[in-house]
Write a protein that binds this ligand. Sequence first.
Ligand code: GDP
Length: 366
Amino acid sequence: MQHPENNAEYKGLTVNSGVEQPSIVNPYLKRFRRRHRELSVGEMVEGILKGDVTVLSQAVTLVESVNPDHVGKAQEVIDKCLPYSGRSVRVGISGVPGAGKSTSIDQFGVHVLGEHGGKLAVLAIDPSSERSKGSILGDKTRMEKLAQHPDSFIRPSPTAGSLGGVARKTRETIILCEAAGFDKIFVETVGVGQSETACHSMVDFFLLIQLAGTGDELQGIKRGIMEISDGIVINKCDGENVDKCHLAARNFRNALHFFPKPESGWTPQVMCYSGFYGTGIKEIWDMVYRYVDFVKANGYFDHRRNEQSKYWMYETINEHLRSSFYNSRLIQQRLADAERMVLAGGKTSFAAAGELLDAYFAEMKK
Ligand code: GDP
């Protein structure tokens, strides 16, 4: 039966078809999209090997992504780039906030490119960057001269979660950069906590930036960072600070006598410089290159890289197992209860952990 409103007397109420609305989607966007469509693994690898920085940036973004689809693709890209990696000098640069890392890296980078040519990538490990939002190491704006240099590539720290995860992504980015022809890699890290150990595990030379007269000398000794440093450089050796810096350098040299000789056979050097005024920079980089020659000659360079590869294999396994365990639905359901039991004294930590692990492995077998 017809609805009464469809009668001719209600004609005025029928909705006439109006003027066709223009699309709210910008028709030009299609072209824009086509240009920026997602590259295939093959296209990405080809672009990287050609040294195309835009493609390299896209690949790094892929490596940093936590999307499961991206993780697999990123791994393929890395695997294909791996044979082209390794031919670079990797230098870790650490120092507490305010030590002058960005000012120095800007100077160091321009100096090294001027003196040795080639291409430089500046990467970073800063697990705090996600939380604090403030201190995103490797930020272009902090390294003005280098950011404009045609042979540099600056990338802020990955921001995904745990230190292990952040560091692994930086390490994978090194592989991509090397495949893209970057033969000098700086890895910047903030010298407060565990991140320098992670940084040390992916570089050939670890440079520690210190300041005079802040008590850092002693803190450094306590935290064992000096033990992993191949060079200690005291920044801000300018103006009225010069005497204090030389005194600090003497203290560092004395302190180094108390450490066992490093496995590399290299005696860590202590130097003063001014990142701001650009003095003492050449001496530092002559030292780094002397070190590289030294360890390449005695075999330690390759030995350290092999040890690092081994370390990252185990790190990746650990990281994977941990995330598989904690992301398992079964564990997520039981974890809070287990924690409550332990806190209430109803179960020992070991028993609770054992039960969770047993349950996890049983679930895995299904
Ligand atoms: P970062 O936090 O380690 O990256 O340190 P910055 O590079 O941002 O430097 C912190 C502050 O120290 C800035 O105000 C710089 O201008 C200053 N600074 C850096 N290098 C020198 C230097 O060689 N001499 C002096 N006097 N100041 C410096």
